[in-house]
Design a protein around this ligand. Structure first.
Ligand SMILES: *Cc1c(COP(=O)(O)O)cnc(C)c1O
Length: 427
């Protein structure tokens, strides 16, 4: 039996029966020709929470009113501003509040973490990551290896999918870790792959790394705010993320990191600054660093409050929605609906639409990466002209993410019709 393209009417009925649908109202949807664009690039830049400007305004007003005294007298005293994120980020990352901190950008944090968690010694000098890692991650790993005077060609192990396959098999990652054995210093993998959308099994990878005596961390740029994690329980050593993707905190927004509590009060090398200093005596301005004793010890500078005000507005929406497990349930339904829609378009048009992302919901977040075989840039241009916002990679990969906080079943049904029409008009 042929898969039928879901109708807009059926999709609207699905939206109406879902209590999370009302969260869409809390975001500003970009417009196309006077109506809502079909925005599917929350994996690249999440949409603006309507409260963002209000939260930003609070800090601008308090700065105007109090000047430097805003550090103490602002409604959200700036001295402690980063602490406003501990609970929210801990909940989203599956961590203790003392294990997370909002600071810097993602790549900066990755470097700071590698200073502590990549400490090549003797024959244990290697880093293991996925092949075709996000370029910034690869640059960070390679430059860290070089920083220690080692040869990147010999010390970066990159795990690739098997011939003819698009995604990594867990068994291959685990056996590569086992094979590297006591030469492996650190595992650092993108928790959700930015290109294929594959979600890795963080717990199994962490266990395998620990078994051979290596540290294990993850880049959660495409994972945080997308899928639930239990970083503390899984004993992940470290993780970092950005917050402009699924965390909807605006372009270049403050990043974040996780450091497991077992590493907080041991003698790890670290690059230090005054904001990591014990806060009760920070302003005695003493010559010696005294650690906060939490993930905050890795902070260098005082908090970028204007940037963080938007982050605050955004995390409040996650909290209001009831957290990641609730969002994940809707996310799985939306992505399955998109998958079904793509299959239906493929059957109706006869165009081979290959989905690179695993079909098992446990092995993916909300993103699907779709290859339109035989098509090129003109397909992207055609659907863009109809108000569809997706990410396009040559030769013909559409990366798109229905985000549970603001995408609707209706968005997906409308996308299906536009895609079908674009493919048929090319036939
Ligand atoms: C988005 C992304 C980055 C971006 O790094 P910034 O330092 O925030 O510019 C890095 N790594 C991965 C895996 C990403 O998806």
């Amino acid at each position: 039996m042929q898969n039928l393209l879901p109708t807009v009417k059926d999709a609207i009925a699905l939206d109406q029966s879902d209590t999370l649908s009302r969260f869409r109202e809390k975001f500003i949807i970009p417009q196309h020709d006077g109506s809502n664009a079909l925005y599917f690039t929350g994996n690249s830049l999440g949409l603006q929470p309507k409260k963002a400007s209000e939260f930003l305004q609070v800090e601008l007003e308090d700065w105007a009113t109090h000047g430097v005294e805003g550090h103490i007298k602002a409604r959200n005293p700036w001295l402690h501003y980063h602490e406003l994120f501990s609970e929210g980020l801990a909940s989203i990352a599956g961590a203790k509040p003392s294990e997370v901190v909002a600071m810097n950008g993602l790549t900066v944090n990755l470097h700071l973490l590698l200073v502590s968690f990549y400490r090549p010694k003797g024959k244990r000098t290697k880093i293991l990551c996925e092949a075709k890692a996000f370029p910034s991650d690869r640059y960070a790993l390679l430059s860290q290896i070089k920083f220690h005077g080692l040869d990147p060609a010999e010390n970066l192990i990159e795990i690739a999918p098997r011939e003819g396959e698009q995604t990594l098999r867990l068994e291959d990652i685990l056996s590569a870790i086992e094979d590297a054995g006591n030469e492996l210093a650190t595992v650092m993998i993108g928790g959700v792959n930015y290109y294929t959308g594959q979600l890795h099994n963080l717990k199994e990878i962490t266990d395998a790394a620990h078994k051979v005596g290596a540290m294990c961390g993850f880049d959660l740029a495409h994972g945080i705010g997308n899928v639930p994690f239990k970083l503390h329980d899984w004993e992940v050593d470290f993780a970092c993320w950005c917050s402009y993707k699924y965390l909807n905190s605006g372009p270049g927004a403050v990043g974040g990191l996780f450091i497991h509590s077992k590493h907080h009060n041991v003698d790890l090398p670290r690059f230090e600054g005054w904001w990591g200093h014990d806060k009760s005596s920070r302003f005695e301005m003493g010559p010696e660093y005294k650690s906060m004793g939490t993930a905050e010890s890795w902070q260098l500078s005082n908090a970028p409050v204007l940037n963080m005000a938007v982050h605050k507005a955004s995390l409040e929406v996650f909290e209001e929605a009831g957290g990641m497990d609730i969002l994940r349930e809707r996310s799985v339904r939306l992505t399955c609906f998109l998958e079904k829609t793509v299959h239906a378009v493929s059957e109706i048009t006869g165009v081979n639409l290959e989905i690179l992302t695993p079909s098992n919901p446990d092995e993916r977040g909300c993103q699907l990466s779709i290859v339109a075989h035989g098509y090129g840039r003109e397909l992207f241009d055609a659907i863009s002209a109809k108000g569809v916002v997706v990410d396009w990679r040559e030769p013909a990969v559409i990366r798109m993410a229905p985000v549970p906080l603001y995408n609707s079943f209706e968005d997906i049904a409308r996308f299906g019709i536009i895609l079908k029409d674009a493919l048929q008009s090319k036939a």
